[in-house]
Design a protein around this ligand. Sequence first.
Ligand code: UT7
Length: 325
Amino acid sequence: MGIEIIGIGSYLPEKILTNIDLEKLVETSDEWITTRTGIKERRIASESEATSDLAIKAAERAISNAKISPEEIDAIIVATITPDMAFPSTACFVQKGLKAVNSAAFDISAACSGFIYGLTIGKDLIKSGTFNTVLVIGGETLSKITDWHDRNTCVLLGDAAGAVILRKTNSSSDILSSYLGANGNYSDLLLMPGGGSRNPTTHKTVDEQLHYLKMEGNKLFKIAVKAMADSAQKAIALAGITCNDVNLIIPHQANIRIVEAVAKLLNVSMDKVFLNIHKYGNTSAATTPVALEEAIREGKVKKGDIVTLVAFGGGLTWGAVVIRL
Ligand code: UT7
Protein backbone atom coordinates (compact mmCIF):
# COMPACT_ATOMS: atom_id res chain seq x y z
CA MET A 1 0.00 0.00 0.00
CA GLY A 2 1.29 3.46 -0.92
CA ILE A 3 0.22 6.93 0.14
CA GLU A 4 -0.87 9.22 -2.68
CA ILE A 5 -1.33 12.97 -2.87
CA ILE A 6 -4.82 12.81 -4.39
CA GLY A 7 -5.32 16.58 -4.42
CA ILE A 8 -3.23 19.74 -4.09
CA GLY A 9 -4.03 23.45 -3.88
CA SER A 10 -2.45 26.72 -2.92
CA TYR A 11 -3.49 30.28 -2.17
CA LEU A 12 -1.47 33.48 -2.38
CA PRO A 13 -2.92 36.74 -1.06
CA GLU A 14 -3.62 39.32 -3.76
CA LYS A 15 -1.42 42.13 -2.47
CA ILE A 16 2.07 42.18 -3.99
CA LEU A 17 4.84 44.02 -2.14
CA THR A 18 7.85 44.63 -4.40
CA ASN A 19 11.45 45.41 -3.50
CA ILE A 20 10.84 48.91 -4.82
CA ASP A 21 7.95 49.28 -2.34
CA LEU A 22 10.33 48.18 0.44
CA GLU A 23 12.87 50.82 -0.58
CA LYS A 24 10.29 53.32 0.69
CA LEU A 25 9.93 51.56 4.06
CA VAL A 26 13.52 50.74 5.11
CA GLU A 27 17.11 51.55 4.13
CA THR A 28 17.45 48.88 1.41
CA SER A 29 17.59 48.50 -2.35
CA ASP A 30 16.11 46.24 -5.01
CA GLU A 31 19.71 45.49 -6.00
CA TRP A 32 20.71 44.32 -2.46
CA ILE A 33 17.61 42.18 -1.97
CA THR A 34 17.84 40.61 -5.44
CA THR A 35 21.54 39.77 -5.30
CA ARG A 36 21.68 38.71 -1.63
CA THR A 37 18.41 36.71 -1.55
CA GLY A 38 16.89 36.23 -5.04
CA ILE A 39 13.60 37.79 -3.89
CA LYS A 40 11.86 40.37 -6.12
CA GLU A 41 8.42 40.48 -4.53
CA ARG A 42 6.24 38.80 -1.92
CA ARG A 43 2.51 38.48 -1.12
CA ILE A 44 0.96 40.15 1.92
CA ALA A 45 -2.34 39.14 3.55
CA SER A 46 -4.93 41.88 4.03
CA GLU A 47 -5.66 43.23 7.50
CA SER A 48 -8.76 41.02 7.76
CA GLU A 49 -7.04 37.83 6.51
CA ALA A 50 -5.73 35.43 9.17
CA THR A 51 -3.75 32.25 8.52
CA SER A 52 -6.90 30.07 8.55
CA ASP A 53 -8.43 32.22 5.77
CA LEU A 54 -5.47 31.47 3.50
CA ALA A 55 -5.42 27.83 4.61
CA ILE A 56 -9.14 27.35 3.90
CA LYS A 57 -8.75 28.71 0.35
CA ALA A 58 -5.77 26.43 -0.34
CA ALA A 59 -7.64 23.46 1.16
CA GLU A 60 -10.80 24.15 -0.90
CA ARG A 61 -8.65 24.00 -4.04
CA ALA A 62 -7.03 20.73 -2.88
CA ILE A 63 -10.46 19.23 -2.11
CA SER A 64 -11.77 20.22 -5.52
CA ASN A 65 -8.58 18.88 -7.17
CA ALA A 66 -9.02 15.57 -5.31
CA LYS A 67 -12.72 15.43 -6.27
CA ILE A 68 -13.77 14.51 -2.73
CA SER A 69 -16.19 16.13 -0.30
CA PRO A 70 -15.04 17.82 2.96
CA GLU A 71 -16.98 15.20 4.96
CA GLU A 72 -14.53 12.55 3.73
CA ILE A 73 -11.59 14.18 5.54
CA ASP A 74 -10.60 12.29 8.71
CA ALA A 75 -7.90 14.64 9.98
CA ILE A 76 -6.68 18.19 9.35
CA ILE A 77 -3.08 19.03 10.20
CA VAL A 78 -2.03 22.67 9.93
CA ALA A 79 1.68 23.48 10.08
CA THR A 80 2.10 27.12 11.08
CA ILE A 81 4.03 29.49 13.32
CA THR A 82 1.45 32.23 12.74
CA PRO A 83 -1.72 30.61 14.10
CA ASP A 84 -4.91 32.68 14.20
CA MET A 85 -4.67 32.54 18.02
CA ALA A 86 -2.57 30.73 20.64
CA PHE A 87 -5.60 28.45 20.92
CA PRO A 88 -7.81 26.96 19.64
CA SER A 89 -5.75 25.49 16.85
CA THR A 90 -5.85 27.03 13.40
CA ALA A 91 -6.81 23.55 12.18
CA CYS A 92 -10.11 23.89 14.10
CA PHE A 93 -10.87 27.17 12.32
CA VAL A 94 -10.06 25.43 9.02
CA GLN A 95 -12.36 22.54 9.92
CA LYS A 96 -15.17 25.00 10.61
CA GLY A 97 -14.55 26.89 7.35
CA LEU A 98 -14.48 23.71 5.27
CA LYS A 99 -17.41 22.09 7.11
CA ALA A 100 -15.18 19.01 7.42
CA VAL A 101 -17.48 17.74 10.13
CA ASN A 102 -15.94 14.26 10.46
CA SER A 103 -12.33 15.29 10.99
CA ALA A 104 -9.92 15.52 13.89
CA ALA A 105 -7.92 18.77 13.77
CA PHE A 106 -4.61 19.91 15.20
CA ASP A 107 -1.66 22.23 14.53
CA ILE A 108 2.03 21.47 14.52
CA SER A 109 4.82 23.96 15.12
CA ALA A 110 8.01 23.22 13.23
CA ALA A 111 8.46 26.60 11.50
CA CYS A 112 9.70 26.35 7.89
CA SER A 113 10.01 22.55 8.18
CA GLY A 114 6.38 22.31 9.34
CA PHE A 115 4.93 20.97 6.11
CA ILE A 116 7.57 18.20 5.92
CA TYR A 117 6.77 17.28 9.54
CA GLY A 118 3.01 17.42 8.80
CA LEU A 119 3.30 15.28 5.70
CA THR A 120 5.24 12.68 7.68
CA ILE A 121 2.62 12.62 10.46
CA GLY A 122 -0.23 12.47 7.92
CA LYS A 123 1.39 9.60 6.01
CA ASP A 124 2.00 7.61 9.20
CA LEU A 125 -1.53 8.21 10.51
CA ILE A 126 -2.82 6.59 7.32
CA LYS A 127 -0.21 3.80 7.25
CA SER A 128 -1.06 2.88 10.86
CA GLY A 129 -4.74 2.55 9.93
CA THR A 130 -5.92 5.41 12.16
CA PHE A 131 -7.29 7.50 9.27
CA ASN A 132 -8.09 7.10 5.57
CA THR A 133 -8.01 10.67 4.32
CA VAL A 134 -5.77 13.39 5.76
CA LEU A 135 -5.54 17.07 4.81
CA VAL A 136 -2.10 18.58 5.45
CA ILE A 137 -1.70 22.34 5.17
CA GLY A 138 1.29 24.67 5.45
CA GLY A 139 -0.07 28.17 6.04
CA GLU A 140 1.51 31.40 7.23
CA THR A 141 0.86 35.09 7.58
CA LEU A 142 4.42 36.05 8.52
CA SER A 143 3.61 39.67 7.65
CA LYS A 144 1.66 39.81 10.93
CA ILE A 145 4.79 39.11 13.03
CA THR A 146 7.20 41.09 10.86
CA ASP A 147 8.92 44.23 12.14
CA TRP A 148 8.46 46.50 9.14
CA HIS A 149 11.29 48.71 10.42
CA ASP A 150 13.84 45.85 10.48
CA ARG A 151 15.55 45.49 7.10
CA ASN A 152 17.27 42.29 8.26
CA THR A 153 13.95 40.43 8.23
CA CYS A 154 11.18 42.39 6.51
CA VAL A 155 12.65 41.99 3.02
CA LEU A 156 12.68 38.19 3.33
CA LEU A 157 9.19 37.16 4.41
CA GLY A 158 5.79 36.64 2.78
CA ASP A 159 2.34 35.08 3.26
CA ALA A 160 0.87 31.97 1.60
CA ALA A 161 -0.81 28.62 2.10
CA GLY A 162 -0.52 25.24 0.39
CA ALA A 163 -2.52 22.07 1.01
CA VAL A 164 -2.46 18.40 0.05
CA ILE A 165 -4.90 15.53 0.57
CA LEU A 166 -3.37 12.16 1.35
CA ARG A 167 -4.99 8.77 0.90
CA LYS A 168 -4.00 5.11 0.49
CA THR A 169 -3.47 3.85 -3.02
CA ASN A 170 -2.70 0.64 -4.87
CA SER A 171 -0.98 2.65 -7.63
CA SER A 172 2.79 3.23 -7.69
CA SER A 173 2.37 6.65 -5.99
CA ASP A 174 3.90 6.82 -2.52
CA ILE A 175 5.70 8.89 0.08
CA LEU A 176 8.81 6.75 -0.18
CA SER A 177 10.72 8.11 2.82
CA SER A 178 10.96 10.83 5.39
CA TYR A 179 13.82 12.15 7.48
CA LEU A 180 13.25 14.70 10.29
CA GLY A 181 15.70 16.42 12.62
CA ALA A 182 16.01 19.28 15.12
CA ASN A 183 18.48 21.04 17.40
CA GLY A 184 16.93 23.12 20.18
CA ASN A 185 20.35 24.44 21.20
CA TYR A 186 19.97 26.89 18.31
CA SER A 187 16.47 28.02 19.30
CA ASP A 188 17.65 31.59 19.88
CA LEU A 189 18.67 32.09 16.23
CA LEU A 190 15.09 32.33 14.97
CA LEU A 191 12.19 33.03 17.28
CA MET A 192 9.35 35.28 18.41
CA PRO A 193 10.08 35.80 22.14
CA GLY A 194 6.84 37.46 23.25
CA GLY A 195 3.29 36.24 23.78
CA GLY A 196 3.89 32.73 25.16
CA SER A 197 4.30 31.51 28.75
CA ARG A 198 7.97 32.64 28.88
CA ASN A 199 7.10 36.28 28.19
CA PRO A 200 3.32 36.70 28.51
CA THR A 201 1.99 39.74 26.69
CA THR A 202 2.30 42.94 28.70
CA HIS A 203 2.79 46.59 27.83
CA LYS A 204 6.48 45.93 28.51
CA THR A 205 6.76 43.06 26.00
CA VAL A 206 5.05 45.22 23.41
CA ASP A 207 7.35 48.19 24.16
CA GLU A 208 10.35 45.86 23.89
CA GLN A 209 9.06 44.62 20.52
CA LEU A 210 9.12 40.99 21.60
CA HIS A 211 6.16 40.13 19.37
CA TYR A 212 8.16 40.27 16.15
CA LEU A 213 10.12 37.53 14.43
CA LYS A 214 13.84 37.84 15.31
CA MET A 215 16.50 36.21 13.22
CA GLU A 216 20.27 35.87 13.14
CA GLY A 217 20.40 35.34 9.40
CA ASN A 218 24.12 35.05 9.04
CA LYS A 219 24.50 32.18 11.53
CA LEU A 220 21.42 30.43 10.14
CA PHE A 221 22.75 30.53 6.60
CA LYS A 222 25.60 28.13 7.23
CA ILE A 223 23.55 25.71 9.34
CA ALA A 224 20.74 25.78 6.74
CA VAL A 225 22.99 24.73 3.88
CA LYS A 226 24.43 21.77 5.77
CA ALA A 227 21.14 20.65 7.34
CA MET A 228 19.21 20.81 4.05
CA ALA A 229 21.84 18.95 2.04
CA ASP A 230 22.17 16.35 4.81
CA SER A 231 18.37 15.91 5.14
CA ALA A 232 17.90 15.48 1.38
CA GLN A 233 20.75 12.94 1.22
CA LYS A 234 19.38 10.96 4.16
CA ALA A 235 15.79 10.88 2.84
CA ILE A 236 16.99 9.89 -0.65
CA ALA A 237 19.12 7.07 0.83
CA LEU A 238 16.18 5.92 3.00
CA ALA A 239 14.07 5.70 -0.19
CA GLY A 240 16.70 3.34 -1.61
CA ILE A 241 17.47 5.60 -4.57
CA THR A 242 20.15 8.14 -5.55
CA CYS A 243 20.01 11.84 -6.41
CA ASN A 244 20.08 10.84 -10.09
CA ASP A 245 16.70 9.14 -9.68
CA VAL A 246 15.09 12.34 -8.36
CA ASN A 247 13.29 14.32 -11.08
CA LEU A 248 12.91 17.53 -9.08
CA ILE A 249 14.18 18.88 -5.78
CA ILE A 250 11.81 21.34 -4.12
CA PRO A 251 13.75 23.16 -1.41
CA HIS A 252 12.56 25.63 1.18
CA GLN A 253 12.95 29.09 -0.37
CA ALA A 254 14.69 31.27 2.25
CA ASN A 255 17.56 32.48 0.09
CA ILE A 256 18.58 31.59 -3.46
CA ARG A 257 22.20 31.40 -2.30
CA ILE A 258 21.27 28.73 0.27
CA VAL A 259 19.46 26.76 -2.46
CA GLU A 260 22.43 27.03 -4.84
CA ALA A 261 24.85 25.90 -2.12
CA VAL A 262 22.61 22.91 -1.29
CA ALA A 263 22.42 21.93 -4.98
CA LYS A 264 26.21 22.08 -5.16
CA LEU A 265 26.62 19.83 -2.11
CA LEU A 266 24.10 17.38 -3.59
CA ASN A 267 25.92 17.57 -6.92
CA VAL A 268 22.70 18.30 -8.83
CA SER A 269 22.30 20.97 -11.50
CA MET A 270 19.99 23.91 -10.80
CA ASP A 271 17.75 22.67 -13.69
CA LYS A 272 16.60 19.96 -11.28
CA VAL A 273 15.83 22.44 -8.50
CA PHE A 274 12.50 24.28 -8.29
CA LEU A 275 12.62 28.02 -7.58
CA ASN A 276 9.83 30.51 -6.97
CA ILE A 277 11.58 32.61 -4.32
CA HIS A 278 11.57 35.65 -6.65
CA LYS A 279 7.74 35.78 -6.46
CA TYR A 280 6.99 34.88 -2.85
CA GLY A 281 10.10 35.12 -0.64
CA ASN A 282 10.20 32.92 2.45
CA THR A 283 6.69 31.82 3.42
CA SER A 284 7.85 29.35 6.10
CA ALA A 285 5.64 26.22 6.28
CA ALA A 286 3.71 27.27 3.15
CA THR A 287 6.79 27.30 0.93
CA THR A 288 7.14 23.65 -0.07
CA PRO A 289 3.44 22.85 -0.70
CA VAL A 290 3.01 26.05 -2.71
CA ALA A 291 6.10 25.16 -4.76
CA LEU A 292 4.95 21.56 -5.28
CA GLU A 293 1.55 22.76 -6.51
CA GLU A 294 3.23 25.18 -8.91
CA ALA A 295 5.69 22.56 -10.18
CA ILE A 296 2.81 20.17 -10.95
CA ARG A 297 0.63 22.88 -12.53
CA GLU A 298 3.51 24.12 -14.71
CA GLY A 299 4.22 20.55 -15.90
CA LYS A 300 7.70 20.47 -14.34
CA VAL A 301 6.74 17.13 -12.78
CA LYS A 302 4.10 14.57 -13.69
CA LYS A 303 2.57 11.38 -12.33
CA GLY A 304 5.25 8.76 -11.61
CA ASP A 305 8.04 11.34 -11.16
CA ILE A 306 10.09 11.43 -7.98
CA VAL A 307 10.32 14.71 -6.03
CA THR A 308 12.26 15.53 -2.88
CA LEU A 309 10.93 18.26 -0.60
CA VAL A 310 13.53 19.60 1.81
CA ALA A 311 13.28 22.35 4.41
CA PHE A 312 14.97 24.06 7.31
CA GLY A 313 13.71 26.54 9.88
CA GLY A 314 13.22 27.84 13.41
CA GLY A 315 13.66 25.41 16.25
CA LEU A 316 15.97 24.69 14.66
CA THR A 317 14.18 22.03 12.63
CA TRP A 318 14.90 20.35 9.32
CA GLY A 319 13.69 17.48 7.21
CA ALA A 320 13.06 15.98 3.79
CA VAL A 321 10.53 13.68 2.15
CA VAL A 322 10.84 11.71 -1.07
CA ILE A 323 7.57 11.34 -2.97
CA ARG A 324 6.70 9.33 -6.07
CA LEU A 325 3.80 11.35 -7.54
O1 UT7 B 1 13.63 30.22 6.85
C1 UT7 B 1 14.74 29.56 7.34
C2 UT7 B 1 15.57 30.40 8.21
N1 UT7 B 1 16.13 31.56 7.59
C3 UT7 B 1 17.24 31.48 6.86
O2 UT7 B 1 17.73 30.41 6.58
C4 UT7 B 1 17.89 32.78 6.46
C5 UT7 B 1 19.34 32.57 6.27
N2 UT7 B 1 20.08 33.81 6.11
C6 UT7 B 1 20.08 34.56 5.00
O3 UT7 B 1 19.36 34.29 4.07
C7 UT7 B 1 21.04 35.72 4.91
O4 UT7 B 1 21.97 35.62 5.98
C8 UT7 B 1 20.36 37.12 4.95
C9 UT7 B 1 19.60 37.35 3.65
C10 UT7 B 1 19.43 37.21 6.12
C11 UT7 B 1 21.41 38.21 5.06
O5 UT7 B 1 22.34 38.10 4.00
P1 UT7 B 1 23.91 38.13 4.28
O6 UT7 B 1 24.57 38.03 2.99
O7 UT7 B 1 24.19 37.08 5.31
O8 UT7 B 1 24.09 39.57 4.85
P2 UT7 B 1 24.68 40.03 6.24
O9 UT7 B 1 23.69 39.75 7.33
O10 UT7 B 1 26.07 39.49 6.38
O11 UT7 B 1 24.77 41.57 6.02
C12 UT7 B 1 25.65 42.13 5.04
C13 UT7 B 1 25.41 43.64 5.03
C14 UT7 B 1 25.38 44.27 6.41
O12 UT7 B 1 26.00 45.54 6.33
P3 UT7 B 1 27.53 45.75 6.80
O13 UT7 B 1 27.53 45.36 8.26
O14 UT7 B 1 28.34 44.84 5.95
O15 UT7 B 1 27.74 47.20 6.56
C15 UT7 B 1 23.92 44.43 6.69
O16 UT7 B 1 23.65 45.49 7.58
O17 UT7 B 1 24.13 43.92 4.43
C16 UT7 B 1 23.38 44.75 5.31
N3 UT7 B 1 21.97 44.44 5.15
C17 UT7 B 1 21.19 45.07 4.25
N4 UT7 B 1 21.45 46.02 3.35
C18 UT7 B 1 20.43 46.42 2.57
C19 UT7 B 1 21.23 43.53 5.81
N5 UT7 B 1 19.96 43.56 5.37
C20 UT7 B 1 19.91 44.50 4.40
C21 UT7 B 1 18.89 44.97 3.56
N6 UT7 B 1 19.19 45.93 2.66
N7 UT7 B 1 17.64 44.49 3.61
